[in-house]
Design a protein around this ligand. Structure first.
Ligand SMILES: [Zn+2]
Length: 157
């Protein structure tokens, strides 16, 4: 990799790659590359329990209550969360980031982390990715050693 003196370079806190374009992780005074941000998003989407020590909100409370169901126009009935997931697919990425903010305001901390994961997994532009990463890293219940915990979770030996 050839560097130019005018271009600042930094090191991704997660994969150690030298990067010229990064997402700030101000809370931990560091930064990440966008590849790692996408990887984090996919992990949050595919295996959220693997990251529960970083975002304890990911642990799903065991409730005996069945998931509510909604009636579809064709008379069939589906789980509310399945229907919600379908509806969210129609939202723009900006609207999803707004939704992630709203989840936090409503105290829906688990939904907020998962929504940020989905946003990052969709490889949005830098500005949107930064917004989602900010929400994750300043999450009310994020582990104080999140970066140290994230590295082995994202890159198992
Ligand atoms: Zn990286």
């Amino acid at each position: 990799m050839s560097g130019s003196a005018t271009n600042e370079e930094r090191v991704c806190a997660l994969c150690d790659r030298v990067i010229r374009e990064w997402l700030s992780i101000d809370r931990f005074s560091t930064q990440s590359c966008s590849v790692c941000a996408t990887r984090l998003g996919r992990l949050l989407t595919d295996a959220p329990e693997a990251l529960a020590s970083i975002w304890p909100s990911l642990i799903e409370e065991d409730t005996d209550e069945p998931e509510p169901r909604v009636r579809m126009p064709d008379g069939s009935s589906v789980e509310l969360r399945t229907r919600t997931a379908e509806l969210k697919k129609e939202l723009t990425i900006e609207a999803r980031l707004k939704l992630a903010h709203t989840y936090g305001e409503l105290g829906l901390h688990r939904e907020q982390v998962l929504e940020c994961g989905t946003i990052l997994s969709l490889e949005p532009g830098l500005a949107i990715a930064q917004g989602a990463l900010d929400l994750l890293m300043t999450h009310r219940f994020v582990a104080p050693d999140a970066i140290e915990r994230l590295r082995p979770a994202m890159f198992p030996a």
